[in-house]
Design a protein around this ligand. Structure first.
Ligand code: ADP
Ligand code: MG
Length: 268
C-alpha cells in the first residue's frame, strides 16, 4: 500500500495548505508575509521548505500551529488529515498541537524552561494529552530520552536544561516533540545554532526517527545541502510565495525557476 493511502483507500495528505495567507498589522499598514500557499505534505515524507530569510517559511508554520503573534492573522486553509486548523479556538487546536503535530525550533529559541528538569517538562506534555499514571509516564520519558540518544537517561531525566549541552538540549526538545507520537514533525531551522558535527548528528537522528516512527517531517532550512541529503521533496519560497516545488533531486538537477537557480549558484 502506498504510504499516501490510508485504511479507507482515500489519499489524504497529512497536511494540505490551500490559499494560506498570513498578514501582520504594522505601523505602516498591512504586511503580507505569506501570499496564498498551496502545498500537500504526504504521510511519512520529508518535505523541505527553503528560501532566504524573511520569505515567510516560519510564519507559514506558525499559522498552521496557531502560534502567530498578536498582530498576525491567517486566512485560507490548512488541513491536518482533512481537519481544518485555521480559525480553531486555542482549546480545539490543542487537540492537534503537541499531539498529532509537533514543532521544534532553533536552539536557543526552543521552549525548554530553565526552571524545570527536562523530565518534568516532557512529563507535562505527556500528561496534557494522555491519561497515564505517574509510573507509566516516567517509563515513557525514559523510553523517549533513550530514543533520542541522550546518554544515561535515568540520571538525565532529573537534569536542568543548563546541565545539558546544546545538542543534548535539542535532543530533549525532540523527545518532547515526540512524546505523543505525532505524525507530523515541523522542524524550523532545528540545527542552525549548533556546531557542524552536532548538526549532522541531530539531522541524522531526525531522519532515523522519521523512518522508525513513520511520521512526516517538514524541514525548514536555508541550507540547501541539507535538502539534497534529507528531503524527498522541496518547496522554494520567495517573498511569501512558493516559486518552485518538486522532487528534491529534480529541483537540484534541473531547477525551473530563476530564483532557485540563483540559490543553487550561491551555494558554496
Ligand atoms: P523566514 O522564516 O522565511 O525567515 P518569517 O516567516 O519569519 O521568514 O517572516 C516573514 C515576514 O513576516 C518577514 O518579513 C517578517 O519580518 C514578518 N513578520 C514576522 N513576524 C511579524 C510580526 N509579528 N509583525 C510584523 N511582521 C512580522
Ligand atoms: Mg524562519
Amino acid at each position: 500500500m502506498d504510504r499516501q493511502t490510508n485504511e479507507t483507500g482515500a489519499a489524504a495528505p497529512v497536511l494540505a495548505l490551500r490559499g494560506l495567507k498570513v498578514s501582520f498589522a504594522t505601523e505602516d499598514g498591512t504586511l503580507e508575509a505569506v501570499k496564498g500557499l498551496d502545498l500537500d505534505i504526504a504521510r511519512g515524507e520529508t518535505f523541505a521548505v527553503v528560501g532566504e530569510s524573511g520569505s515567510g517559511k516560519s510564519q507559514t508554520m506558525m499559522a498552521v500551529m496557531g502560534l502567530l503573534a498578536g498582530n498576525g492573522r491567517a486566512s485560507g486553509s490548512a488541513a491536518y488529515r482533512g481537519a481544518e486548523l485555521i480559525g480553531l479556538s486555542p482549546a480545539a487546536l490543542n487537540r492537534f498541537r503537541g499531539a498529532k503535530i509537533a514543532m521544534i525550533f532553533q536552539e536557543p529559541m526552543t521552549s525548554l524552561d530553565p526552571l524545570y528538569t527536562i523530565g518534568r517538562q516532557i512529563d507535562e506534555v505527556i500528561a496534557a494529552h494522555r491519561r497515564l499514571g505517574r509510573k507509566a509516564r516516567r517509563a515513557r520519558i525514559l523510553e523517549l530520552l533513550t530514543l533520542v540518544g541522550i546518554p544515561d537517561p535515568a540520571r538525565r531525566i532529573d537534569a536542568y536544561p543548563h546541565e545539558l549541552s546544546g545538542g543534548q538540549r535539542q535532543r530533549a526538545m525532540i523527545a518532547m516533540a515526540l512524546a505523543n507520537e505525532p505524525d507530523l514533525l515541523i522542524a524550523d531551522e532545528p540545527t542552525t545554532a549548533l556546531d557542524v558535527t552536532v548538526q549532522a548528528q541531530i539531522l541524522a537522528l531526525i531522519a532515523d526517527l522519521r523512518q522508525r516512527l513513520g511520521m512526516a517531517v517538514i524541514l525548514i532550512t536555508h541550507d540547501l545541502s541539507l535538502v539534497s541529503r534529507y528531503a524527498d521533496r522541496v518547496a522554494v519560497m520567495r517573498r511569501g510565495e512558493v516559486v518552485e516545488t518538486g522532487e528534491a533531486a529534480r529541483v537540484f538537477a534541473a531547477p525551473r525557476h530563476d530564483y532557485t537557480r540563483m540559490l543553487l549558484a550561491a551555494e558554496p
